[in-house]
Design a protein around this ligand. Structure first.
Ligand SMILES: C[S@@+](CC[C@H](N)C(=O)[O-])C[C@H]1O[C@@H](n2cnc3c(N)ncnc32)[C@H](O)[C@@H]1O
Length: 285
């Protein structure tokens, strides 16, 4: 429905909001309560304008029936979730990773014939998180001690994965990077910073929707999984399903990191909370 007046934003009816809510839930687990109707209006009216569609109903039917619906579905998801991230985000957690978790994994796997450390950033956004993890492991010299480092970055959004693979960044997203790390693992291109090849080579990006059981099941033998700042978009049944997939992806004794303000409380007892420095990590037992 378009409200009269050229400057007014299209409104979404209760029924059409229900259609979008169900579509987003089914396709990517995003859970919108009734009070979030305004989000559809504020975040998607730009898509209507871009596609020269008059109403949210038209947009919905485009997403269901058009031959380009998958491309547009990507745009829709991109508008509904925030991709906010940065290098060296939440330093106490990263210190727990490199000074507590990694030494434990290395000790446990020291006698393994295949010395590969596999770390998964399961909602990697534009790549800052997986590149940070790769830089930290490289900085510890693990590759010099015979360890092959593999970091998998995955996300639902093609747009962020494209940026992640390009690995070029504005200065602001490097605001927490220590100077010595900046010197070693980035080079300046114009005003921007690019990740050096030897770090890029450690990271592989894949498109994985966390709601897709088969795709999630394809990542195996992981030592550490990061699932930070994404569970907030899901409801409890979807969170539980994701956590079960992440559990299955981990080796015995592997570790899970959630966002700083997220917890497993009331979601699963599959993991044991372990204090590492100033942070809480979850261990597969
Ligand atoms: C706020 S960012 C978190 C980035 C990074 N983990 C961090 O903490 O800095 C959330 C990311 O989750 C992704 N996402 C949302 N729903 C998803 C889903 N169903 N499957 C995979 N990724 C999803 C979004 O595309 C977005 O890039």
């Amino acid at each position: 429905m378009l409200i009269a007046g050229s400057k007014s934003r299209p409104k979404v009816s209760v029924e059409t909001f229900g259609l979008f809510r169900d579509l987003l839930y089914k396709r990517c687990g995003i859970s919108l309560s009734d009070s979030k109707r305004y989000l559809i209006e504020t975040r998607l009216s730009g898509r209507l304008a871009a596609m020269k569609l008059k109403s949210f109903e038209d947009y919905y039917y485009y997403l269901i029936y058009d031959k380009n619906k998958e491309i547009e579905m990507n745009n829709l998801i991109g508008c509904m979730v925030t991709n906010e991230t940065s290098f060296y985000r939440d330093r106490p957690q990263l210190d727990g990773f490199i000074n507590g978790v990694i030494p434990d994994v290395v000790k446990r796997r020291e006698k393994d014939i295949i010395k590969e450390l596999r770390v998964w950033s399961s909602a990697s956004s534009t790549g800052e998180e997986p590149y940070t993890l790769a830089m930290m492991m490289m900085d510890k010299g693990l590759h010099l001690k015979g360890w092959r480092i593999t970091v998998i970055g995955s996300d639902i959004s093609d747009g962020v994965l494209h940026s992640a693979r390009r690995a070029g960044y504005e200065g602001y997203t490097l605001r927490n990077v220590p100077d010595d790390v900046k010197k070693k693992y980035f080079f300046k291109s114009g005003e921007n910073y690019s990740v050096v090849k030897r770090v890029k080579d450690l990271v592989t990006f894949k498109k994985i929707n966390m709601m897709d059981r088969k795709a999630m099941g394809g990542v195996k033998g992981v030592d550490v999984v990061f699932c930070r700042n994404v569970l907030i978009y899901f409801d409890d049944p979807s969170r539980k399903a994701v956590l079960t997939h992440l559990y299955d992806s981990l080796r015995p004794g592997g570790y899970l990191f959630l966002g700083f303000s997220e917890s497993l409380h009331n979601l699963t007892r599959l993991f044991t909370p372990v204090k590492m420095g100033h942070t809480l990590v979850y261990k597969k037992t």
